[in-house]
Design a protein around this ligand. Structure first.
Ligand SMILES: [Zn+2]
Length: 261
């Protein structure tokens, strides 16, 4: 029987947060709500990922999962803010402009948090790089969010500047990517992780290119008002970039569980 890799899922995050809340607020945790959340966990039980190359004889010492919870939290915020934006933006022009800022802030949050699992697990044995890289992307991301939320900097005049910030976040992964390749040169997972990380950079940068150029609607005005315009393509590519980060994280998480530092 193949070995199983336990990964946090959205239901785990909900259970984790709810349990903390219930334990802090009520000492007598209701068994009904406990059963409910266990039911959700079982319903969305995708965490048992089979790794064909796994060896059952090797002991597995699971490493911490909190970077995945950060990523899941950021992704949930992004999807929630985007849903709210696109659901209510038809209300009025003023609300449309405000919600669009929230939409981009959500996307930026997901980009920031998507860096946490791969950087954490790749540099788990050199924690000083966590501070450098995770601190760097968080600072850059927060600056981008502040820029996006600022009414002055949200105007079309500063569109190129905002695009530069998105590009910087995409390119930010190049530095730890090269660093990780050097320090893990002999690691058999190197090429797979590099492929995922390259895909991440390409997805984020291509998404930014659509954001800046407003292709295809600028080529055929009116044709893409409902479907296929640059904002939708941008959304899809950002999710693909985050998924590529997720793939790289899984590869290295499995390695860390098995080999430690
Ligand atoms: Zn949007």
């Amino acid at each position: 029987m193949a070995n199983l890799l336990e990964l946090p899922q959205v239901a785990d995050l909900i259970t984790f947060l709810t349990r903390s809340f219930l334990i802090n607020g009520h000492t007598n945790v209701s068994y009904d709500s406990e059963d409910l959340f266990l039911g959700i966990t079982n319903l969305v039980n995708l965490r048992q990922i089979t790794t064909p190359e796994s060896d059952v004889t090797l002991p597995v010492t699971p490493v911490t999962r909190w970077p995945f919870y950060v990523f899941l939290g950021g992704s949930l915020f992004c999807l929630l803010s985007s849903s709210v934006c696109h659901l209510f933006s038809c209300h009025s022009h003023h609300l449309n402009l405000t919600l669009l800022r929230l939409d981009y802030a959500g996307i930026t949050t997901m980009i920031i948090t998507s860096f946490f699992p791969p950087i954490y697990y790749i540099f788990q044995c050199d924690p000083q790089w966590h501070f450098v890289y995770l601190g760097g992307i968080t600072a850059l991301g927060l600056f981008t969010i502040l820029t996006l939320l600022s009414p002055t900097l949200s105007t079309s005049k500063f569109r190129a500047f905002r695009a530069l910030l998105f590009t910087s976040m995409g390119l930010f992964g190049v530095v730890p990517g090269i660093h990780a390749s050097i320090v893990n040169w002999s690691n058999p997972r190197r090429n797979v992780t590099l492929a995922y990380e390259s895909a991440m950079a390409i997805f984020y940068l291509t998404g930014t290119m659509f954001y800046v150029t407003r292709i295809p609607e600028r080529l055929k005005p009116g044709w893409f008002d409902i479907a296929g315009h640059s904002h939708q393509i941008f959304h899809v590519l950002v999710v693909m970039g985050a998924l590529a980060h997720y793939g790289a994280s899984l590869v290295f998480l499995e390695w860390r569980d098995r080999n430690g530092c």
